[in-house]
Design a protein around this ligand. Sequence first.
Ligand SMILES: NC(=O)c1ccc[n+]([C@@H]2O[C@H](COP(=O)([O-])OP(=O)(O)OC[C@H]3O[C@@H](n4cnc5c(N)ncnc54)[C@H](OP(=O)(O)O)[C@@H]3O)[C@@H](O)[C@H]2O)c1
Length: 333
Amino acid sequence: MSKARKFVIARLFKGEPKVDDFSIEKEELPSLKNGQILCEAEYISVDPYQRAYTQRHKVGSTMIGSQVARIVESRSPEYPVGRHVVASLGWRDQTVMSVAPTDDDTLPPVLVPDLGDLPLSLALGVLGMPGATAYFGLLDICDPKPGEVVVVSGAAGAVGSIVGQIARIKGCKVIGIAGSDIKVKWLKEELGFDHAFNYKTVNVEKALKEAAPNGVDVYFDNVGGEQSSAVIANMRHRGRISVCGCISTYNATKVAMAPVVQMHMVGKELKMEGFIVTRWLGQWDKAFKEMAQWIKEGKLKYRETVTEGFENTPEAFIGMLRGENLGKAVVKV
Ligand SMILES: NC(=O)c1ccc[n+]([C@@H]2O[C@H](COP(=O)([O-])OP(=O)(O)OC[C@H]3O[C@@H](n4cnc5c(N)ncnc54)[C@H](OP(=O)(O)O)[C@@H]3O)[C@@H](O)[C@H]2O)c1
């Protein structure tokens, strides 16, 4: 029998999470029953939803999250030892799990396909949930056409950096909004964004008017709040807005306020739609195949911000919420 480590919530978050809001606990793992596997985490994903899903935070509960894990023991022939899975196991280093679907809303483990030379951690990033979010949230909801102007906020993050590049692949003019000059430089010089600016140092509305004097056709919204109101005020007639997230509010301790957008929505006949990426779960594979091909062809670039060591997972999470990541934030266990 082996002992697993897991991060539990020691104190409910107030505002920005703190390192001592988490504590590590050890746990005896049971012997395997039929239909179960023992997995060892190799990469743990730190994501904004882990802050936003406050209803799942209870003192003593295991911190939520997905991971890429190696199967080290198996009593399920479809999940052989040595293969890797992506699974929502939380911040744990070893887990015994059943491979059959459970009656809670946890997704069953998914075998990671052969990624060739690409790192396994991409199954948490561009070839995982954030990649699917970018792909379907942009293409299905906004249907961008060649020559259209696409704006993405949170542009240098896991989802945003992929959204902008897909829009470029589709022949759009792409404008990214991000929170540092290093991010802006990366978006323009390496990812081929047509324009990018730092929302912490420029007036978003003014910068947008300069970059897109005729207005914005598509807005992929990762952040919400004032930034998004400024973009929506600069949309063109029949523009489309994909509402992916609102990270500007996740740490808020009181109701966030932003300029009203309804007059723009009405006057310009805009369409705005929120989504949860699992809507397209049955089609994720198709998106990953296409994006893996784009990576091979050099059309789609990815970047990861890797924190080493299981015990540093809270720091990686807090750093991601603060904007310290370029591309996808992951922990190498
Ligand atoms: N709907 C879905 O199914 C779905 C799925 C996945 C993700 N999401 C959402 O997509 C968004 C991006 O997720 P991600 O995984 O790609 O995370 P990410 O962008 O890799 O990391 C979070 C980023 O948010 C930015 N940020 C933090 N505080 C901010 C603030 N007050 N205002 C503006 N930006 C702020 C930071 O970048 P800066 O340095 O630029 O500030 C930080 O790097 C989140 O809102 C997330 O909840 C939704």
